[in-house]
Design a protein around this ligand. Sequence first.
Ligand code: GDP
Length: 444
Amino acid sequence: MVLQDLGRRINAAVSDLTRSQNLDEKAFDGMIKEICAALLEADVNVKLVGTLRKSIKATVNFKDLPPAVNKKRLIQKAVFDELVKLVDPHAEPFKPKKGKANVIMFVGLQGSGKTTTCTKLARHYQTRGFKSCLVCADTFRAGAFDQLKQNATKAKIPYFGSLTSTDPAQVASEGVAKFKKERFEIIIVDTSGRHRQEKDLFDEMTQIQRAITPDQTIMVLDATIGQQAEAQSKAFKDTADYGAIIITKTDGHASGGGAISAVAATHTPIVFIGTGEHMLDLERFSPQPFVSKLLGMGDMQGLVEHVQALKLDQKDTMKHLAEGVFTIRDLRDQLQNIMKMGPLSKMAGMIPGLGQMMGGMDDEDGSMKMKRMIYVCDSMNNKELDSDGKIFVEQPARMTRVARGSGTSVREVEELLSQQKVMAGMAKKMGGMSKNMQKAQGQM
Ligand code: GDP
């Protein structure tokens, strides 16, 4: 089961329960059972699912709930918190420092996406002002250096490697020494992911690690690996003692649960996830936004980061968000920006409620839907655009006029208004914690 489906199923289980008339213990148990079944199908480790079930039951403690307690919110919160716990190793990931050489070594099996991810990460840091470069220490596979060279050239990142040497530790230390001398700040070392014997691969990893003493070792894990993830990540942990994980191919038809289990098994944070083959398809990972996105509650922080990286004009919306306001005009501007941002399926997950609304649509249908939402906005007058939408409740006839004027239906106008309402609710909550926003605003 793909992650998106997992999110949808968990969400459905919680919504079914919270919407049901008689919210009794039997219905509550049914919800937990459905969530656990979905997690197991997504390859999350059996033991972890068991712990999650017990924790939700213990937190909610259905029998002792006084009737006045808002059971629905309590249940929603418990499910959310437990899912966050599942992907949160409670360990701070490494943060590179400016003005010094940060050596990062990559390990992982061949085909996991190591070389691709090395370049993505170098590019990520490069765009954030770090002088970044790549070293290829894979002397085992013919063509490994060529692949890295090609990727690096495309991304305009300096690289080092050897076509003749057979000693990966030596190539690695030569490369690192050269780039340290040239005052590079991020030096990423790609290593081999395959050998005739597993033992040889692990020996080689240790030798390289000793030769370059990296500040950070990152294991790359393919999301499609399923239940083997735990064993594989433990084996690598024992040898290379990596401090962070990057999960690749989360965009494909991978269940992803195996990779989540690897985090719990090794208590190691996931720092990024790969979301496609393109250079830009790398997202920073943190537990709360991940679960929020998984459950269709959006990832506002991710959205803000993404928008900042794209340097789109967001002044008014940022100001509004900081004030806890979100108007229909803000929604229209966001929709227009989203259309510019790349694959819709990816962006929709970041906006609360939108992922669900687009559920099951391909990018083409989704784009059409968004365009129609923009048409709806374009038929409104300024007063309506700058409102919170209540104006339409007071004058429902305007809804019909807007629908007619935009060539859409009243239902579509209603959908747009409810989307705006969700966003406004989020903005209100975020108004108080607007420090980041103001900072973002300042940067713009
Ligand atoms: P390596 O052998 O570990 O160095 O793996 P590569 O970097 O050569 O990647 C193997 C394949 O996976 C290539 O075809 C990559 O384009 C692809 N790949 C890597 N990361 C991702 C990702 O996040 N999503 C998708 N869809 N493909 C990826």
